[in-house]
Ligand binder design. Structure first.
Ligand code: ATP
Ligand code: MG
Length: 579
């Protein structure tokens, strides 16, 4: 069956049988058939995203609307981005860079970052995005690990975070600074781009050639540099369509920071190869700005994260009431478990539920998802996408044992899809350890129900064992946020002589609630009713914020380390951290 003849998700809505049909007929060859490709079996992500669209007659189609923090608005067509990325590629070559060299991107959601990322890929260089909010040390370590040859950043970031040390990094050959001026030793991108030719033929790459290096979020420890290849674009094309409802011309907004894998896979690549019209908002989360952006930009597909959704929920339904969200047709969430409460809240406030989906830096793209083609089970991650085989396993000696329905085990995937990582940079042993008995082990605990839906339980490291029970923090956190006073919760296990571990919860309160003994009792009471006394937290501690990574993940290991007075480990990705 050719890919084009596979029914689209919207044609098979709510029909599990047809979804299975899609799955049954799905092959990676079909997914690759979505691509234009280059002669001789070669391809290039940037060619798929831009040049191929222009060649097919869509150069005038809107590709990116960029909203600046200060209200500036910039519009780019597919042809605009094609030409700009060509200029950028030419600038790289003019500065002695070439195929395989690694270029790091260090800035927020500036339009230039998108041009740099795609221009880098077009030129056959490897792109590695960093969070602009990183301090000098995490930037330096990641650039050292990747033997960075080039960096593109802004003057202000350069001055504060790069200038003091970059001369000690022998691999670094060029620093490009956005704008018309550059400090000594750096290249001003504005004039360099203006002088460069707007034509550049995308370098034909082997599908297995490295395209991107993404550092993991560091939620569980030292971040790993996951290596991804050009061939991954087949996966981005197909998952954009099946899991996120992308189609030409649809107005799409991914709120992820481009320093994180979601911000590139689904903030740059998938939308452009599916020829959507994407919105990029330079600003970070701001309740009114986001609501009004959804309305005025008539966003149809919105991909965001639980931490933002919880902030919106915390502000209450009334804050959303003045806005018109009628353009929205599909809402999705990734990065952390999405509490069932949030799915239902989305339906009430936006008229559409959130579709949770699961993946990780290593998988390069969405693996398990609630799609339009099935009924959402709130609180579940959904089902594996076509072409994916997922299982629940338990390590057993040198191999694994497959778990039964309803049994908790480690989420495992059969390797072989295009966007799967090909290595952890310089960490072969750590990489090899992920593969056991023909499975890729994800490090997450989950279970599968009788209908084939997968339910997230927790990180393998976060699992709590108390009085013979295994408890995933997510289940407890979800129960806690059902309390009217609780906005967010982080749950850990603390050593206890009799129970093994006891459950301790840290909670942030909704506006209008104050910490008190009575409130603590009431929260614990609700948890006991929902979860039973064995699973409910023994202690509830009030906090103003929870420690989170820059991609919005609660760092439970840090809550625990601090509680026990243990070393904090790698906290280079830590974002918010007041107690
Ligand atoms: P590190 O591997 O460095 O500890 P990390 O795993 O947080 O960091 P990412 O690759 O950015 O880094 O995050 C992927 C992880 O996020 C998943 O393994 C899972 O634990 C969590 N996650 C992502 N999406 C979901 C989801 N929909 N439901 C539950 N958990 C999710
Ligand atoms: Mg991880």
């Amino acid at each position: 069956m050719a890919f084009e003849t596979i029914p689209k998700p919207e044609d098979v809505r709510a029909s599990a049988a047809l979804t299975d049909e899609i799955r049954a007929h799905f092959t990676w060859e079909n997914a690759r058939a979505m691509l234009a490709g280059l002669p001789g079996g070669k391809l290039n992500i940037a060619h798929e995203a831009l040049d191929a669209q222009v060649a097919a007659g869509h150069g005038g189609a809107p590709a990116m609307t960029w909203l600046g923090k200060d209200g500036t608005r910039r519009e780019f067509t597919y042809e605009d981005l094609r030409a700009q990325t060509a200029r950028f590629a030419n600038v790289l070559y003019a500065h002695g860079l070439g195929v395989g060299d690694r270029l790091y991107g260090l800035m927020g959601r500036e339009a230039e970052l998108y041009i740099a990322a795609l221009g880098t890929l077009k030129a056959g260089l490897v792109f590695s995005p960093l969070f602009s909010a990183f301090g000098p040390e995490p930037i330096r370590t990641r650039m050292e690990i990747g033997e960075a040859k080039a960096l593109v950043t802004t003057a202000s970031i350069y001055k504060r975070k790069v200038a003091p040390w970059w001369r000690d990094l022998p691999s670094l050959k060029a620093i490009f600074i956005v704008g018309d001026e550059a400090p000594e030793g750096c290249v001003a991108l504005g004039p360099a781009m203006a002088a460069a030719s707007p034509d550049f033929a995308p370098v034909p790459m082997d599908p297995e050639d490295t395209a991107l290096i993404h550092f993991t979020s560091g939620t569980t420890g030292k971040p790993k540099g996951a290596v991804h290849v050009h061939g991954a674009v087949a996966y981005h094309a197909m998952t954009g369509r099946f899991a996120l409802e992308m189609a030409p011309g649809r107005r799409y907004w991914c709120t992820a920071d481009p320093g994180w894998v979601t911000g590139t896979s689904y903030g740059i690549i998938a939308p452009l190869v599916n020829r959507v019209h994407m919105l990029v908002d330079e600003a970070d989360f701001d309740l009114d700005r986001w609501y009004s952006t959804l309305q005025t930009e008539k966003i149809e597909i919105w991909y965001t994260a639980p931490t933002a959704i919880r902030m919106m929920m915390r502000a209450g339904d009334a804050a959303a009431a003045p806005y018109d969200f009628s353009a929205l047709r599909f809402l999705a969430s990734v990065g952390e478990p999405l509490n069932p409460e949030a799915v239902v809240w989305g339906k009430r406030v936006f008229g559409r539920p959130f579709h949770d989906n699961w993946w990780q830096t290593e998988t390069g793209g969405i693996v398990i998802a609630n799609t339009q083609a099935m009924d959402i089970k709130p609180g579940s991650m959904g089902k594996p996408l076509p072409g994916q085989v997922a299982g629940i396993v338990e390590r057993d000696g040198d191999g694994v044992r497959e778990c039964k329905e309803g049994e908790i085990g480690e989420l495992a995937l059969r390797p072989g899809w295009p966007s799967m990582m090909r290595a952890y940079l310089h960490e072969q042993a750590r990489y090899d350890k992920c593969f056991v008995g023909g499975w890729y082990l994800t490090g997450d605990l989950a279970m599968r129900d009788a209908d084939g839906y997968f339910w997230f339980v927790g990180r393998a490291d976060d699992l709590i064992k108390t009085s013979g029970h295994l408890i995933g923090p997510f289940e407890v956190e979800s129960a806690l946020i059902e309390h009217e006073a609780v906005a967010e919760a982080g749950v850990i296990g603390l050593p206890d002589e009799t129970a093994g571990e006891i459950v301790r919860a840290y909670v942030c309160l909704n506006p209008g609630f104050e910490p008190s003994e009575e409130l603590e009792k009431s929260i614990r009471g609700l948890a006991r009713r929902k979860l039973g006394p064995a699973v409910a937290p023994r202690e509830v501690v009030f906090r103003n914020t929870l420690p989170k990574t820059r991609s919005g993940k609660i760092m439970r290991r840090l809550l625990k380390a601090r509680e026990l007075g243990l070393p904090e480990g790698d906290i280079s990705t830590l974002e918010s951290d007041e107690s």
